[in-house]
Design a protein around this ligand. Structure first.
Ligand code: SAM
Length: 232
Protein backbone atom coordinates (compact mmCIF):
# COMPACT_ATOMS: atom_id res chain seq x y z
CA UNK A 1 0.00 0.00 0.00
CA UNK A 2 2.74 2.46 0.98
CA UNK A 3 4.51 1.50 -2.29
CA UNK A 4 1.41 2.49 -4.23
CA UNK A 5 1.16 5.78 -2.35
CA UNK A 6 4.81 6.50 -3.12
CA UNK A 7 4.31 5.65 -6.79
CA UNK A 8 1.28 7.92 -7.05
CA UNK A 9 3.23 10.74 -5.43
CA UNK A 10 5.96 10.20 -8.01
CA UNK A 11 3.51 10.27 -10.89
CA UNK A 12 1.86 13.42 -9.51
CA UNK A 13 5.24 15.11 -9.21
CA UNK A 14 6.10 14.18 -12.79
CA UNK A 15 2.79 15.46 -14.11
CA UNK A 16 3.15 18.69 -12.10
CA UNK A 17 6.30 19.60 -13.95
CA UNK A 18 5.34 21.69 -16.97
CA UNK A 19 7.57 19.73 -19.31
CA UNK A 20 6.15 16.35 -18.33
CA UNK A 21 2.61 17.61 -18.51
CA UNK A 22 3.07 19.22 -21.89
CA UNK A 23 4.60 16.10 -23.38
CA UNK A 24 1.92 13.81 -21.98
CA UNK A 25 -0.88 15.97 -23.24
CA UNK A 26 0.67 16.75 -26.56
CA UNK A 27 0.66 12.98 -27.09
CA UNK A 28 -2.91 12.67 -25.81
CA UNK A 29 -4.22 15.48 -27.96
CA UNK A 30 -2.38 14.17 -30.99
CA UNK A 31 -4.13 10.84 -30.36
CA UNK A 32 -7.45 12.68 -30.08
CA UNK A 33 -6.85 14.42 -33.40
CA UNK A 34 -6.02 17.89 -32.10
CA UNK A 35 -2.76 18.20 -33.99
CA UNK A 36 -0.62 17.92 -30.86
CA UNK A 37 -1.37 21.49 -29.72
CA UNK A 38 -1.47 22.05 -25.97
CA UNK A 39 -3.37 25.18 -24.99
CA UNK A 40 -3.30 27.15 -21.78
CA UNK A 41 -6.78 25.71 -21.15
CA UNK A 42 -5.44 22.15 -21.25
CA UNK A 43 -2.75 23.10 -18.74
CA UNK A 44 -5.35 24.76 -16.47
CA UNK A 45 -7.44 21.61 -16.70
CA UNK A 46 -4.53 19.35 -15.75
CA UNK A 47 -3.67 21.55 -12.76
CA UNK A 48 -7.26 21.12 -11.54
CA UNK A 49 -7.19 17.35 -12.18
CA UNK A 50 -4.50 17.23 -9.51
CA UNK A 51 -5.81 19.95 -7.18
CA UNK A 52 -9.57 19.24 -7.32
CA UNK A 53 -9.62 15.65 -8.49
CA UNK A 54 -12.90 14.68 -6.88
CA UNK A 55 -15.04 17.30 -8.63
CA UNK A 56 -13.06 17.29 -11.88
CA UNK A 57 -13.30 13.50 -12.22
CA UNK A 58 -11.34 13.40 -15.47
CA UNK A 59 -7.96 12.44 -16.85
CA UNK A 60 -7.88 15.16 -19.51
CA UNK A 61 -10.20 17.76 -21.04
CA UNK A 62 -12.50 16.40 -23.74
CA UNK A 63 -11.32 16.59 -27.33
CA UNK A 64 -12.98 18.41 -30.21
CA UNK A 65 -14.38 15.17 -31.69
CA UNK A 66 -16.26 14.36 -28.49
CA UNK A 67 -17.55 17.95 -28.35
CA UNK A 68 -18.84 17.62 -31.93
CA UNK A 69 -20.52 14.31 -31.12
CA UNK A 70 -22.15 15.50 -27.86
CA UNK A 71 -23.49 18.68 -29.45
CA UNK A 72 -24.74 16.81 -32.52
CA UNK A 73 -26.69 14.38 -30.31
CA UNK A 74 -28.08 17.31 -28.32
CA UNK A 75 -29.46 18.86 -31.57
CA UNK A 76 -28.61 22.37 -30.42
CA UNK A 77 -29.76 24.26 -33.52
CA UNK A 78 -33.36 25.45 -33.37
CA UNK A 79 -33.63 25.16 -29.57
CA UNK A 80 -34.35 28.25 -27.51
CA UNK A 81 -33.14 27.47 -23.96
CA UNK A 82 -29.86 25.57 -23.56
CA UNK A 83 -27.93 24.68 -20.39
CA UNK A 84 -24.46 23.20 -19.93
CA UNK A 85 -23.36 21.44 -16.73
CA UNK A 86 -19.66 21.38 -15.83
CA UNK A 87 -18.02 23.20 -18.77
CA UNK A 88 -14.51 22.78 -17.32
CA UNK A 89 -12.30 24.80 -19.68
CA UNK A 90 -15.09 25.31 -22.22
CA UNK A 91 -14.44 22.59 -24.84
CA UNK A 92 -18.18 21.88 -25.30
CA UNK A 93 -19.15 25.52 -24.61
CA UNK A 94 -17.20 26.71 -27.65
CA UNK A 95 -19.02 24.28 -29.96
CA UNK A 96 -22.44 24.99 -28.41
CA UNK A 97 -21.87 28.70 -29.14
CA UNK A 98 -21.07 27.86 -32.78
CA UNK A 99 -24.14 25.65 -33.23
CA UNK A 100 -26.85 27.43 -31.27
CA UNK A 101 -29.26 29.93 -32.80
CA UNK A 102 -28.06 33.51 -32.26
CA UNK A 103 -31.11 34.35 -30.11
CA UNK A 104 -31.05 31.16 -28.00
CA UNK A 105 -30.70 31.62 -24.24
CA UNK A 106 -27.62 29.76 -23.00
CA UNK A 107 -26.11 29.40 -19.52
CA UNK A 108 -23.50 27.12 -17.95
CA UNK A 109 -23.09 26.05 -14.31
CA UNK A 110 -19.67 25.14 -12.96
CA UNK A 111 -18.56 24.58 -9.33
CA UNK A 112 -14.83 25.17 -9.77
CA UNK A 113 -13.89 28.90 -9.86
CA UNK A 114 -10.75 28.20 -11.94
CA UNK A 115 -12.93 26.58 -14.60
CA UNK A 116 -15.48 29.40 -14.41
CA UNK A 117 -12.65 31.82 -15.22
CA UNK A 118 -11.26 29.57 -17.98
CA UNK A 119 -14.63 29.16 -19.72
CA UNK A 120 -15.30 32.90 -19.57
CA UNK A 121 -11.84 33.56 -21.04
CA UNK A 122 -12.26 31.00 -23.80
CA UNK A 123 -15.83 32.01 -24.63
CA UNK A 124 -16.20 35.75 -23.91
CA UNK A 125 -19.79 36.81 -23.35
CA UNK A 126 -21.03 33.40 -22.24
CA UNK A 127 -22.94 33.35 -18.94
CA UNK A 128 -21.26 30.94 -16.51
CA UNK A 129 -22.59 30.68 -12.95
CA UNK A 130 -20.34 29.39 -10.19
CA UNK A 131 -22.87 26.98 -8.78
CA UNK A 132 -23.91 23.35 -8.79
CA UNK A 133 -25.98 21.86 -11.59
CA UNK A 134 -28.99 21.08 -9.41
CA UNK A 135 -29.60 24.85 -9.00
CA UNK A 136 -30.25 25.44 -12.72
CA UNK A 137 -33.94 26.28 -12.23
CA UNK A 138 -33.01 29.30 -10.07
CA UNK A 139 -31.06 30.92 -12.93
CA UNK A 140 -33.64 30.02 -15.57
CA UNK A 141 -36.42 31.60 -13.48
CA UNK A 142 -34.36 34.74 -12.92
CA UNK A 143 -34.23 35.05 -16.72
CA UNK A 144 -37.95 34.35 -17.12
CA UNK A 145 -37.80 30.69 -18.21
CA UNK A 146 -39.61 27.80 -16.48
CA UNK A 147 -37.94 25.02 -18.45
CA UNK A 148 -35.08 24.32 -20.81
CA UNK A 149 -35.00 22.42 -24.12
CA UNK A 150 -31.55 20.85 -23.93
CA UNK A 151 -28.95 20.09 -21.27
CA UNK A 152 -25.38 19.18 -22.23
CA UNK A 153 -23.52 17.66 -19.31
CA UNK A 154 -19.81 17.21 -18.66
CA UNK A 155 -20.42 16.04 -15.08
CA UNK A 156 -18.30 13.23 -13.57
CA UNK A 157 -21.22 11.05 -12.43
CA UNK A 158 -19.03 8.17 -11.25
CA UNK A 159 -17.30 10.48 -8.77
CA UNK A 160 -20.58 11.59 -7.16
CA UNK A 161 -22.07 9.87 -4.12
CA UNK A 162 -25.57 8.46 -4.34
CA UNK A 163 -27.35 11.51 -2.98
CA UNK A 164 -25.60 13.98 -5.33
CA UNK A 165 -26.32 11.71 -8.33
CA UNK A 166 -29.98 11.62 -7.27
CA UNK A 167 -30.42 15.32 -6.60
CA UNK A 168 -28.82 16.41 -9.90
CA UNK A 169 -30.67 13.75 -11.92
CA UNK A 170 -34.04 14.67 -10.33
CA UNK A 171 -33.43 18.39 -10.87
CA UNK A 172 -32.47 17.67 -14.49
CA UNK A 173 -35.67 15.75 -15.14
CA UNK A 174 -37.74 18.49 -13.53
CA UNK A 175 -36.16 21.38 -15.41
CA UNK A 176 -36.39 19.84 -18.90
CA UNK A 177 -39.54 20.35 -20.94
CA UNK A 178 -41.34 17.21 -22.16
CA UNK A 179 -39.46 16.08 -25.27
CA UNK A 180 -36.34 17.90 -24.09
CA UNK A 181 -32.95 16.20 -24.29
CA UNK A 182 -30.28 15.53 -21.69
CA UNK A 183 -26.92 14.51 -23.18
CA UNK A 184 -24.11 13.28 -20.96
CA UNK A 185 -20.91 11.31 -21.48
CA UNK A 186 -18.80 8.81 -19.61
CA UNK A 187 -15.45 7.19 -20.15
CA UNK A 188 -16.03 3.92 -22.02
CA UNK A 189 -15.09 1.88 -18.93
CA UNK A 190 -17.24 3.89 -16.46
CA UNK A 191 -20.48 1.87 -16.85
CA UNK A 192 -18.52 -1.12 -15.52
CA UNK A 193 -17.27 0.49 -12.30
CA UNK A 194 -19.84 0.17 -9.46
CA UNK A 195 -20.89 3.85 -9.17
CA UNK A 196 -21.00 4.16 -12.96
CA UNK A 197 -22.98 0.98 -13.44
CA UNK A 198 -25.50 2.16 -10.85
CA UNK A 199 -25.89 5.50 -12.62
CA UNK A 200 -25.63 4.70 -16.34
CA UNK A 201 -27.32 1.30 -16.32
CA UNK A 202 -29.74 1.94 -13.42
CA UNK A 203 -30.71 5.46 -12.43
CA UNK A 204 -30.44 7.19 -15.81
CA UNK A 205 -32.69 4.80 -17.82
CA UNK A 206 -35.07 4.48 -14.84
CA UNK A 207 -35.58 8.25 -14.79
CA UNK A 208 -35.45 8.65 -18.58
CA UNK A 209 -36.84 5.45 -20.21
CA UNK A 210 -36.00 6.94 -23.62
CA UNK A 211 -32.22 6.77 -23.18
CA UNK A 212 -29.85 5.69 -25.95
CA UNK A 213 -26.09 5.18 -25.88
CA UNK A 214 -23.61 5.86 -28.67
CA UNK A 215 -20.91 3.54 -29.93
CA UNK A 216 -17.55 4.23 -28.26
CA UNK A 217 -15.97 7.49 -29.43
CA UNK A 218 -12.45 6.18 -29.96
CA UNK A 219 -11.01 9.48 -31.07
CA UNK A 220 -11.09 10.93 -27.60
CA UNK A 221 -8.59 10.45 -24.82
CA UNK A 222 -9.79 8.31 -23.11
CA UNK A 223 -12.52 6.83 -25.38
CA UNK A 224 -16.05 7.78 -24.34
CA UNK A 225 -19.72 6.84 -24.59
CA UNK A 226 -22.42 9.46 -25.10
CA UNK A 227 -25.85 8.98 -23.52
CA UNK A 228 -28.90 10.81 -24.89
CA UNK A 229 -31.95 10.86 -22.62
CA UNK A 230 -35.26 12.30 -23.77
CA UNK A 231 -37.90 13.41 -21.30
CA UNK A 232 -41.26 11.75 -21.99
C1 SAM B 1 -15.13 15.57 -16.42
S1 SAM B 1 -14.95 17.32 -16.22
C2 SAM B 1 -15.59 17.81 -17.82
C3 SAM B 1 -15.18 19.19 -18.24
C4 SAM B 1 -15.51 19.55 -19.69
N1 SAM B 1 -16.94 19.52 -19.93
C5 SAM B 1 -14.83 18.60 -20.65
O1 SAM B 1 -15.53 17.71 -21.16
O2 SAM B 1 -13.63 18.76 -20.86
C6 SAM B 1 -16.28 17.63 -15.08
C7 SAM B 1 -16.62 19.09 -14.85
O3 SAM B 1 -17.81 19.16 -14.03
C8 SAM B 1 -17.59 20.14 -13.01
N2 SAM B 1 -18.50 19.81 -11.89
C9 SAM B 1 -18.34 18.84 -10.95
N3 SAM B 1 -19.40 18.81 -10.13
C10 SAM B 1 -20.27 19.77 -10.57
C11 SAM B 1 -21.57 20.20 -10.15
N4 SAM B 1 -22.18 19.65 -9.10
N5 SAM B 1 -22.17 21.20 -10.84
C12 SAM B 1 -21.55 21.78 -11.92
N6 SAM B 1 -20.32 21.42 -12.35
C13 SAM B 1 -19.69 20.42 -11.69
C14 SAM B 1 -16.11 20.01 -12.70
O4 SAM B 1 -15.60 21.11 -11.99
C15 SAM B 1 -15.55 19.86 -14.12
O5 SAM B 1 -15.41 21.10 -14.73
Amino acid sequence: MSGIVLDLAGVAQWVRSWGGMENAFRAAHAAAGEGGKVSVFTLTFMKEVLRANRTTGAIAPSGRRLAECVTEMAQIAGEKVIVEYGPGTGVFTEVILQKKDPDAFFIALEVNPEFVRATRARCPGVTVYEDSAENTIKYLREAGHDHCDVIVSGLPWTRFDDSLQDSILNATHEVLRPGGRFVTFSYAFSPWVPSGRKFFKGKLPAKFPKTTVSRPIWKNFPPCLVFTAEKE
